[in-house]
Design a protein around this ligand. Structure first.
Ligand code: FAD
Ligand code: UDP
Length: 385
């Protein structure tokens, strides 16, 4: 006898992890996704022509400090060692990212040691008149100075976000380190890796439980919510309310796919810092699975633009205007019974995969605790604001 029938809208990491946890606790779970595959935006698909494992909605690298999450994903998939080493083309040369001692020495034509480079950047490059940087531009000028900012960040960021870096919050740049050593690992996290057979295979295994039914190519509409004891909705928050207050702003991506016979660029990710180059980066997918070997290659040129109705919403914009609208949607959501808004789209936040899984586990546990006590289930287990 099941404890109740729950619906997961979305077969991405949020829907799969919450669904699995609650299926194991004795609930009957239905998972629906409008797409023809599970995995959400992490979806990976083997290209029949080249054999390359393609990250269909853009590259996904797994990195975390959360040991429980790392153990969780390793239960369903073998993760092989992978370090994200990004390169950047700008001003007719190729550099190492994130900005590190190699980048600095190469860019300025010097042979500085760490302390010399630190002194050079802080004393000769950084704009120390900026005491409390508020915008992306101020943050960059304060920490790396005009030359590096203009070469690596200004053009790329203008293309990525469709506005001048002086209109963006400093927090976006704070995600990227500047290093005064030769460490070119893009991430700091203790655990990093790539799924051997892909994220989709991993999500299929998470969903493989007798209590879980998966329906693909099935679009959920709000009036179906009453058929279930509770709905976990990982679709867009504004979409649940038929955009009645307006559309939350997103950036979308256009991927221009091309194949190549051989090794196109010699690395997985090549960023293009200049605004004149219309794309932000080129990703070469076989390099995301370095243990495999393929003659042919599949690459994506990535173009960023404002999402229109019908586009895939990728990056929440979360500027002042969007936050005001978000706060109105949050109020509407909090007055709605029978649904919890989860994941990247449901809470309108940029969430990495590890954070998505952490929140999904906490949400499922939180639901169980409340269900046992007969306590009300909140619209949000993690506040979007
Ligand atoms: P999603 O993956 O978006 O899944 C939501 C699902 O819900 C979708 O499949 C959608 O079709 C479905 N859906 C929505 N509405 C409906 C409806 N009404 N009816 C039926 N189905 C519906 N994270 C990292 O850790 N490392 C990375 O390198 C990384 N790279 C990224 C690159 C890009 C370009 C993007 C956009 C994200 C990246 N991420 C990365 C983040 C990662 O994609 C997310 O953490 C993860 O996908 C969130 O999972 P989710 O289940 O919340 O949402
Ligand atoms: N960024 C940049 N140049 C680069 C890489 C990143 O200016 O070569 C900026 C850009 O604004 C981006 C932000 O730094 O949104 C954060 O970088 P990250 O690699 O985390 O980008 P995301 O995961 O958001 O695509």
């Amino acid at each position: 006898m099941s404890k109740g029938h729950l619906l997961m809208v979305g077969a991405g990491l949020s829907g799969a992890v919450i669904g699995r946890h609650l299926a194991e606790a004795g609930y009957r779970i239905t998972v629906v996704d409008a797409r023809d595959h599970v995995g959400g935006n992490c979806h990976t698909l083997r290209d029949p022509e080249t054999g390359v494992l393609v990250h269909v909605y853009g590259p996904h690298i797994f990195h975390t400090d959360d040991e429980e999450v790392w153990d969780y994903v390793n239960r369903y998939e073998t993760f092989l060692p992978y370090k994200n080493r990004v390169k950047a083309t700008t001003g007719g040369a190729v550099y190492s990212l994130p900005v590190n001692l190699h980048t600095i020495n190469q860019f300025f034509g010097k042979t500085m040691r760490p302390d010399e480079a630190h002194a050079f950047i802080t004393e000769e490059q950084a704009d120390t008149t900026i005491e409390d940087p508020q915008t992306f531009e101020e943050q960059a000028m304060r920490f790396v100075g005009k030359d590096l900012y203009e070469a690596f960040f200004k053009g790329y960021t203008t293309k990525q976000w469709g506005c001048h870096p002086s209109e963006l919050p400093a927090s976006i740049l704070k995600r990227l380190p500047v290093r005064f050593n030769y460490d070119d690992n893009y991430f700091f996290h203790r655990f990093q890796g790539m799924p051997e057979t892909g994220y989709t295979a991993m999500v299929e295994r998470i969903l493989d439980h007798p209590g879980i039914e998966v329906k693909l190519e099935t679009t959920f509409t709000r009036d179906e919510a009453g058929d279930y004891d509770h709905v976990f909705y990982s679709g867009p928050l504004d979409g649940w309310f038929d955009y009645e207050i307006g559309r939350l702003g997103y950036r979308t991506l256009d991927f221009e796919r091309f194949t190549y016979d051989g090794d196109y660029q010699g690395c997985a990710v090549m960023n293009y810092g200049e605004e004149e180059v219309p794309f932000t980066r080129i990703t070469e997918h076989k390099h995301f699975s370095p243990w495999e070997s393929h003659e042919g290659s599949v690459c994506y040129r990535e173009f960023s633009r404002a999402a229109e109705p019908g586009d895939i919403p990728y990056y929440p914009i979360r500027q002042v205007k969007e936050k005001a609208m978000l706060s109105d949607y949050v109020k509407l959501a909090e007055g709605t019974q029978g649904v919890s808004f989860v994941g990247r789209l449901g809470t309108y936040r940029y969430l990495d995969m590890d954070v998505t899984i952490r929140e999904a586990l906490d949400t499922a546990r939180g639901y169980l605790e409340r269900a046992e006590k007969g306590a009300p289930v909140p619209a949000f287990f993690t506040a979007p604001l």
